[in-house]
Design a protein around this ligand. Structure first.
Ligand code: ATP
Length: 240
């Protein structure tokens, strides 16, 4: 396992035009950790990932990865720093095959040198991708596309994987498969930040989580503690 880098957000304020979506959000992901960001629709989870991946400039606050100020780095340079973002809509190339999509993920010169080794690793994580390697990505099921998008992100050899709602729009059985995959990826030591509305599932695969409500961190803690917290159970887990 590589030494890794800590992702650190401090007091982030961000929004769209007159609308403010995040109010002073602070968050930390240590190397090798899996961290969840959960919360209801519109809480600002996607906005938070967009800030981390350089797609949205915050109005205030600091954002560091391995001590480096990410606000000074253009979005296109982030993958080279080891930050891989799997957006909610997946953004696969529908008219390319599974394997061609993986190739696109290995965009840099350094990644191209590791292409076969990483591809084989991705196929070992998702044997179904290997069976479907010549299939056009756009013709695969939602769950297969999600796995392909995660596989593509792994092809760049990232230090941290940012996952935006990987379970969105998937049937319950497929959701389980996607989370099983996330679990395997983190067991291999990759740092993961995962944004999810499916609180029950995500708390089973992460070490810690932050609960975001209307753009603020309403709670944070170890996954097991949050899962046992009466207020969290009432709001998010259908408990009492
Ligand atoms: P969801 O789970 O529904 O994706 P979320 O927690 O990811 O929700 P965001 O997508 O970050 O929430 O949205 C936070 C708030 O910012 C919402 O009120 C949303 O309407 C608003 N918002 C998001 N994108 C834009 C945009 N491009 N322009 C204006 N407002 C936006």
């Amino acid at each position: 396992q590589s030494a890794g880098a800590t992702l650190e957000l401090s007091n982030i304020h961000a929004g769209y035009g007159d609308f403010q979506a995040l109010f002073g959000v602070s968050l930390r992901v240590e190397p090798g950790e899996a961290v969840g960001v959960v919360g209801p629709n519109g809480a600002g989870k996607t906005t938070l990932l967009r800030v981390i991946s350089g797609l949205l400039r915050p109005r205030a606050g600091t954002l560091r990865f391995g001590g480096q100020d990410l606000l000074q780095v253009p979005a296109h340079a982030l993958p080279a720093l080891g930050i891989a973002h799997v957006p909610e809509n997946r953004r696969l190339f529908p008219h390319l095959t599974v394997e061609e999509n993986l190739k696109v993920g290995a965009f840099s010169k350094a990644s191209r040198a590791h292409f076969e080794q990483r591809r084989d690793h991705v196929y070992s994580l998702f044997p179904r991708m290997q069976q479907r390697r010549h299939q056009l990505a756009g013709t695969m099921s939602g769950g297969e596309q999600q796995m392909c998008a995660i596989g593509r992100a792994l092809m760049s050899g990232p230090k941290i994987l940012l996952l935006d709602e990987p379970s969105a729009g998937l049937a319950p059985l497929v959701v389980q498969q996607v989370f099983a995959l996330v679990k395997r990826i983190r067991e291999e030591g990759l740092t993961v930040l995962i944004v999810e509305q499916n609180v029950a599932q995500v708390l089973r695969v992460v070490d810690r989580a932050y609960v975001l409500e209307t753009g603020r961190v309403a709670a944070e803690g170890r996954a097991a503690e949050l899962a046992a917290d009466p207020a969290i159970r009432r709001s998010y887990l259908g408990g009492h």
